[in-house]
Design a protein around this ligand. Structure first.
Ligand code: NAP
Length: 332
């Protein structure tokens, strides 16, 4: 006998927002297919599930696995199709753009962008049958880019564009495509960022660390503190549940602490926004690490170290000490 429940697929359901969403939709009465990458995560979800929940192993970069899981879901839902797909799986990446290894850059795009599209393509025939909904988990980072958050923000900007295109292209079939933009959610992503930050001094190499180490550390300290006081992932799951059930869903939903504030700040003119970001992340002032005296390339007198414009004392041209000196000056 065919299953009469409404069906939802949630990717990246092992932890955080994905897990909270899978359990929430299950509680809402959906029969949920939650995709994870480890058996133990699937078993843990199953134990916690308040209703019908099946877990399946899927890496969003593995096309064979995507096809296999989609086949299993199609065999179950039959001609009724799929009501909801939540594209949640994602990774973060914090690096200076100058230093980010291109294989790492491509790896995170492969998950955060290509992976979402590959999964969406696999389910679209089923979603069309049900006139279902696609929920993309973007980020407030698709409106405002943080220093050293360029790679991740770029991926989320790309996902936002693709979401816009999908929404327009799929409207003739009454398929709604909804973007969720979370900010500051307390999840495992914080521990992952913390690990990356601890490895940064080694990963950047001595030259890279001399250029960016201080500024990166300031950024990371601020970002980790903000995330640690972020919202519970259930807050995002509740927003997704609202978007899934709304008769007329909005195209975008903000979710989590700070989301509304950041969305407002993101509309400021770029120079004002730059000043705010610089101050918030305790970044060095423009020109403070430059080797020449000004924008027109006034050269520093050979043999004499440049002078600190505030104290008049000799200043080192080493970028690292220039950054440190600048930070010290701002703290005093
Ligand atoms: N936390 C925030 O403040 C925040 C803010 C804005 C946006 N977001 C977005 O929310 C989504 C969920 O993140 P989260 O904060 O809940 O972090 P999380 O707890 O680290 O969850 C990330 C999920 O993605 C899965 N994943 C990673 N790589 C994958 C791959 N190649 N294939 C399949 N699954 C993969 C992880 O599985 P494993 O456990 O197997 O690694 C995990 O289930 C992401 O898209 C993230 O960008 C989060």
């Amino acid at each position: 006998m065919p299953c009469s429940a409404r069906h939802a697929v949630v990717t990246g359901a092992s932890t955080g927002i994905g897990r909270a969403t899978a359990l929430r939709l299950c509680r809402d009465g959906f029969h949920v297919f939650a995709t994870v990458r480890r058996d133990t995560d699937g078993q843990s979800l199953r134990q916690a599930a308040p209703g019908q929940l099946d877990w399946l192993l899927m890496d969003v970069t593995d096309t064979d696995q995507i096809a296999e899981v989609a086949r299993a879901v199609r065999d179950h839902v039959g001609p009724a199709g799929l009501d909801v797909l939540v594209n949640n799986a994602g990774v973060g990446l914090a690096w200076p753009v100058e230093l980010v290894p291109l294989d790492r850059f491509r790896w995170q795009f492969g998950i955060n962008v290509d992976g979402q599209i590959a999964v969406t393509q696999a389910y679209l025939p089923m979603i069309r049958q049900a006139a279902g909904r696609i929920v993309m988990i973007g980020s407030i980072g698709d409106r405002i880019t943080m220093p050293f958050g360029g790679p991740l923000a770029a991926a989320k900007h790309a996902l936002r564009s693709l979401t816009d295109a999908l929404r327009l292209e799929l409207a003739p079939w009454n398929i709604r495509v909804i973007l969720i933009e979370p900010a500051s959610i307390r999840t495992n992503a914080i521990d992952k960022l913390d690990r990356d930050v601890k490895a940064a001094e080694h990963d950047f190499g001595p030259d890279g660390w001399a250029l960016y180490g201080d500024a990166f550390t300031h950024m990371a300290t601020r970002a980790l503190a903000r995330e640690a006081h972020g919202s519970h992932p259930d807050a995002v799951a509740a927003v997704i549940s609202r978007a899934v059930h709304a008769a007329q869903p909005k195209t975008r939903y903000l979710a989590g602490k700070d989301a509304r504030l950041l969305a407002t700040v993101a509309r400021l003119p770029a120079p004002v926004l730059d000043r705010l970001r610089r101050r918030f992340f305790d970044l060095p002032r423009p020109g403070s690490a430059a080797r020449t005296g000004g924008a027109r390339g006034r050269s520093v007198t050979a043999g004499a170290p440049p002078r600190d414009t505030r104290t008049g004392s000799p200043r080192s041209t080493s970028p690292r000490s220039a950054l440190a000196a600048d930070a010290d000056a701002r703290r005093t």
